[in-house]
Design a protein around this ligand. Structure first.
Ligand SMILES: [Zn+2]
Ligand SMILES: [Zn+2]
Length: 204
């Protein structure tokens, strides 16, 4: 569960990465036929795969069935704000925000709140590096059956050591604490496949 986004060699993985790249580039929901076209796959199996991925929480669909979120990057939902080069996105968990900014080597702004006390937490990335490594901590959940409930929901930032320890205890120790720099490093590797898809699909 901690390596869900290694560079994909499977069709669903490729679809997630291509959807991520299109959301990042175009900042609008993706028609499934357009995803199939860009991924170079037939529309019907892509439609089936998208339905399955959305059920598992690996893609977000809007109410007209277009893709609005992939690999943690979302146009609509998500408790964490991530601005990449001035473009506003949401992410499903705090690790998504760190990993995406790091993998894209982006100038970015992350805005979220402490999972324990709701204090605002804001920090910037320059060229994929967070502007500090603490005192905030990332709780990286072990995850389990379903991606969003068991991994994304508990994967938050904490304002400092004390609330980090409280959160770890409340989660029954099922995960680990990292500082911001370590979380960004790890996430940068996890989102490498998404970042190279984004590079391939970037407009000239
Ligand atoms: Zn997540
Ligand atoms: Zn706190």
């Amino acid at each position: 569960m901690n390596t869900p986004l290694l560079p994909a060699v499977d069709a669903p993985g490729i679809l997630r990465e291509v959807a991520f790249a299109l959301l990042l580039r175009d900042r609008r929901p993706i028609e499934i036929d357009d995803l199939a076209f860009v991924a170079g796959m037939a529309a019907e199996p892509v439609r089936e795969a998208v339905t399955r991925l959305a059920k598992g929480g690996w893609l977000d669909l809007d109410d007209t069935g277009r893709i609005a979120g992939s690999a943690g990057l979302s146009l609509a939902t998500g408790p964490h704000a991530l601005a990449i080069g001035g473009a506003a996105f949401r992410t499903w968990c705090a690790y998504d925000a760190l990993g995406i900014a790091a993998a894209l080597r982006a100038d970015a702004l992350v805005e979220t709140t402490c999972g324990r006390c709701s204090t605002a937490i804001t920090f910037e990335f320059r060229n994929g590096q967070p502007d500090r490594s603490g005192p905030e901590r990332l709780w990286l959940a072990d995850g389990g059956g379903d991606l969003r409930g068991s991994f994304c929901t508990p994967t938050v930032l904490l304002c400092g050591e004390e609330h980090a320890a409280d959160w770890a205890e409340a989660q029954g120790g099922r995960g680990r604490l990292l500082n911001l720099a370590a979380g960004a490093r790890l996430g940068g590797e996890a989102w490498a496949g998404c970042a190279s898809a984004a590079k391939r699909l970037a407009r000239p």
